[in-house]
Ligand binder design. Structure first.
Ligand code: MRU
Length: 355
């Protein structure tokens, strides 16, 4: 996607094959900063600190992290240690474990001397596949937006989204935002209501992406969505996912569940856009999905620009204040109207018949 007229992806290779570059999302939307990651340590740190974030992107970044680790030491023990370290960076998005499992399965049978190059190639293939799959999700979602557009008779289709499931969260396109980009590019008017998504404010990333693409949108606080749905201002909700369990329960950013409840109560369709790597057949239900608990400081503090335009961190509470900061929640399958996938729109309880 374009940033000030230049085409970017969220992650790309250095030509010498010894580092990757990423858009450091901890600086957005205030500043556009590119970070170079050339070691396993740097990659693990980038995932934990959320310089890179979003289920698909952390999977691809981890695959490159493994390749960088193997450039230093490609023996069996080093391969296992690097994979274990990367897998532990964030627990909820299954894309991370999926990418590492794909890589270790492909690399373990190889001679150590062949592993680093093969790992780098594989990471590139996973990145390319992510882009192609999200383009297919865009097509599937477009059909839904077109149905709503007919009812709206030329007025913009009004979509509510939570967190950031745009191109910053994947390699390109994104998942939930992919159909919105395609619709806009094809002249179908859309208006996106963007949940702020406290405490990390990923909604600001979504608003930044949409603004860069010229898509009309409105940022709302997390508690506003229910009222808007009650008032008939939202035609449909579309969000991303970090894991879909075998029974169709969906883990996504904290607050998703409340939006799904409000959508259900108000007859608003609630869609979840999902690439194949986010499905976890081994996980029976949402109750078995590990929920990441992040630092309470993310709740106690806010960051922004001060009057001089410098980045400032402000304490809302003393550092001793008791805080709980679960980063994800579970939306039961019964609240999900459909899963928007490269295979079409699937009923959540029956995704395994198609994936
Ligand atoms: O904590 P984050 O910002 O990594 O959480 C991201 C989300 O919850 C996204 O909605 C999800 O990963 C889908 S991204 C296509």
């Amino acid at each position: 996607m374009n940033v000030n007229g230049t085409a970017y992806r969220s992650i790309w290779e250095q030509p010498d094959g010894r580092a990757i570059q990423v858009i450091d999302q901890t600086h957005l939307p205030r500043r556009f900063v590119v970070a170079t990651l050339s070691t396993l340590d740097a990659v693990a740190h980038a995932i934990i600190q959320m310089q890179v974030r979003g289920a698909p992107l952390i999977g691809i970044t981890a695959a490159y992290g493994l390749a960088l680790a193997l450039q230093v030491d490609a023996r069996d023990t080093a391969l296992q240690a690097a994979a274990t370290r990367l897998a532990a960076t964030r627990p909820t998005a299954v894309n991370l474990a999926w990418a590492l499992q794909r890589a270790t399965q492909a690399l373990t049978p190889l001679r150590p001397e062949a592993r680093a190059a093969a790992a780098w190639r594989l990471a590139g293939e996973l990145a390319a596949a992510d882009v192609a799959e999200n383009a297919a999700i865009a097509q599937t979602g477009l059909t839904l937006l077109e149905q709503h557009a007919k009812r709206r008779r030329g007025e913009p289709v009004r979509v509510l989204t939570h967190c950031n499931a745009g191109w910053l969260a994947a390699v390109d396109w994104g998942t939930a935002l992919a159909p919105i980009y395609l619709a806009h590019d094809q002249g179908l008017p859309v208006h996106v209501y963007v949940d702020e998504t406290r405490p990390r404010n990923q909604g600001l990333l979504t608003a930044w992406e949409l603004a860069a693409h010229g898509i009309p949108h409105t940022l709302i606080v997390d508690n506003a969505g229910g009222l808007l749905m009650q008032q008939g201002v939202i035609d449909l909700c579309v969000v991303g996912a970090d894991r879909v369990a075998a029974n169709g329960d969906v883990a996504n950013k904290i607050g998703t569940y409340l939006k799904a409840l409000a959508a259900h109560a108000n007859g608003v369709p609630f869609y979840v856009a999902v690439p194949d790597a986010t499905f976890d057949a081994a996980c029976p239900s949402g109750a078995a999905i590990p929920i990441e608990a992040r630092s309470g400081d993310e709740v106690r503090q806010v960051q922004g620009l001060d009057h001089a335009g410098d980045v400032a961190t402000v304490n809302l509470l003393p550092s001793t204040a008791a805080v709980s900061n679960p980063a994800f929640d579970i939306t039961p399958a019964a609240l999900v109207t459909g899963l928007v996938t490269q295979h079409g729109v699937l009923r959540p309880q029956h995704w395994q018949d198609h994936v």
